[in-house]
Design a protein around this ligand. Structure first.
Ligand SMILES: Cc1cc2nc3c(=O)[nH]c(=O)nc-3n(C[C@H](O)[C@H](O)[C@H](O)COP(=O)(O)OP(=O)(O)OC[C@H]3O[C@@H](n4cnc5c(N)ncnc54)[C@H](O)[C@@H]3O)c2cc1C
Length: 467
């Protein structure tokens, strides 16, 4: 008798409720299912797969130190999980399965099927919460409805979170009753090996903790002013670790509150702004949990699915490859293509450029990002895309269209970031970076659309929804 702890996007030992509580009962075996066909259907790309694999190695090592074996099972699709999990629990003589909840629709359906299959087989299931700081469904308006606007959500969230009860759970209890064995971790997943992004994003819980510590000791204090400048290392670079759960949002919040002398909604402006980003992360997870239609590829606002998006494989390719002729857009896309990560300001600028200037369906961009990002995360990516395309919850109003040249002048005033990622512009004068239509640079793409004309086209397309 004992518990099978099913790891998913919670690849850590500390602050892992399913693992922690199971370890108290004793006789724990851990399992991770490799579902590469399903993940590819969800547009998970090579960078995230490589990162995931690189996180599994330290996870297994750390589990073994606590006397827990990690079993790796290949199932292809989620549909294969229920039968396999029951079979595994039975063969290991375990009477319980424990896991931490996930919120996207397919994951929720998979989990319901697992719970049903376990029940039929006489295996108990223990489901815990850890993917957000406050659980979806717990932050509601006075009428009991989910919030669709961030600011009141944040206000309510801050009034509900208890800053004195944020201490994360510790390590699981060491298991003594069995001889833990190492599994055969695969050398690659769907052809992707762990070295793919390991130089920039070494996998694992210890690395995530190191990043959090470093960020709290320095950049967090300057976050409010630095976070918008892509040339500065002004953000935590923790998103990949949060997305596979190598660190929990509660661990992040707890460290931030400690650094802020126990305060959560006021205090150091940098830390408060960072806490706000953690609340955005919760917000988008609450949105996908409470509004399942966004997991079905639909716009949050149904009328936004009537926008007459253009079709142009040529424009899409130019955007993907960083050849739009708008220097900051191209720099962002090239950063993404080369590193698997893109600065938040650039994610907004490039996403708006695709959905407004090119008037291409935001889902094409959402899919491309998911395929490239090491931190690809359905809730944050979908939320970010629907914000930029003005189709989502609390989205940018459709008439507020970023001018990519003004944005460049404001957030990369010396053009350092642009010149780093777009070598064609290395020796170009500032005027070509901030006014590319007027000052063409030999060897660099001329703008593929004119800002004013493209802006008007987007405004017309959105205005047409009102008729
Ligand atoms: C179009 C678009 C697509 C995006 N796709 C993703 C994605 O696939 N995965 C992802 O993790 N983030 C995504 N984001 C949000 C944000 O850009 C990244 O989380 C951030 O750039 C990661 O860098 P960081 O870890 O240094 O963040 P920090 O600035 O240090 O922020 C700390 C953490 O807060 C969370 N966070 C920050 N900003 C946001 C936000 N706007 N929405 C939700 N959570 C946020 C992240 O988990 C992040 O690691 C997207 C944003 C946009 C506009």
């Amino acid at each position: 008798m004992g518990t099978l702890v099913w790891f998913r996007n919670d690849l850590r030992l500390r602050d892992n409720p399913a693992l922690y509580h199971a370890s108290k009962r004793g006789d724990v075996v851990a399992v991770f299912f490799i579902c590469e066909t399903q993940w590819r259907d969800h547009d998970v790309g090579d960078n995230r797969l490589g990162f995931l694999l690189d996180c599994l190695h330290p996870l297994e090592r750390d589990l073994l130190k606590r006397g827990i074996s990690l079993r790796i099972e290949h199932v292809g699709r989620f549909a294969g999980v229920p039968e396999r999990i029951v079979r595994l629990a039975r063969s290991l003589n375990l009477d319980r399965v424990a896991f931490n909840e996930e919120y996207p629709l397919n994951e929720k359906k998979r989990d319901s099927r697992v719970i049903r299959a376990c029940k039929t087989a006489g295996v108990e299931t223990d489901v815990y919460h850890s993917g957000t700081i406050l659980p979806p469904g717990s932050v509601l308006t006075g009428n009991g409805d989910p919030y669709t606007v961030f600011t009141p959500f944040k206000r309510r969230w801050l009034s509900q979170v208890d800053s004195s009860a944020l201490e994360p759970l510790g390590l699981p209890r060491r298991q003594g009753s069995q001889t833990a064995e190492s599994s055969a971790l695969p050398g690659s997943i769907d052809g992707v090996d762990r070295a793919r992004v390991a130089k920039r994003f070494p996998g694992g819980e210890a690395e995530a903790q190191r990043r959090l510590r470093d960020f709290m000791q320095g950049p967090s204090r300057r976050y409010a002013s630095d976070r918008d400048f892509p040339e500065l290392d002004g953000t935590s670079a923790l998103s990949a670790y949060l997305s596979v759960g190598a660190i929990s949002p509660r661990q992040c919040l707890s460290a931030a509150v400690k650094a802020n002398r126990g305060r959560i909604g006021d205090g150091d402006p940098g830390i408060c702004t960072w806490i706000s980003e953690l609340i955005w992360r919760d917000f988008y997870r609450h949105v996908i949990a409470m509004f399942p239609h966004v997991s079905r590829g639909q716009a949050f606002r149904p009328e936004a699915d009537r926008v007459a998006w253009r079709r142009s494989a040529k424009d899409l390719a130019a955007w993907q490859e960083g050849r739009t002729g708008y220097p900051l857009v191209d720099a962002g896309m090239r950063q993404l293509n080369e590193t698997g990560w893109m600065h938040n300001r650039l994610r907004m600028i490039t996403a708006m450029f695709l959905s407004k200037h090119l008037l291409l369906d935001w889902r094409l961009g959402e899919r491309y990002f998911m395929n490239q990002l090491v931190d690809g995360d359905f809730a944050a990516n979908n939320g970010g895309w629907q914000w930029s395309a003005s189709t989502g919850t609390d989205a940018a109003p459709y008439f507020r269209i970023f001018n990519p040249s003004t944005q460049a002048k404001r957030f990369d005033p010396e053009g350092r970031f642009i010149r780093r990622w777009v070598p064609e512009l290395e020796g170009a004068p500032a005027r070509s970076l901030f006014n590319p239509g007027k000052h063409l640079t030999p060897g660099y793409q001329a703008p593929i659309v004119d800002h004013a004309i493209a802006r008007q086209r987007a405004l017309d397309a959105f205005k047409a929804l009102k008729n």
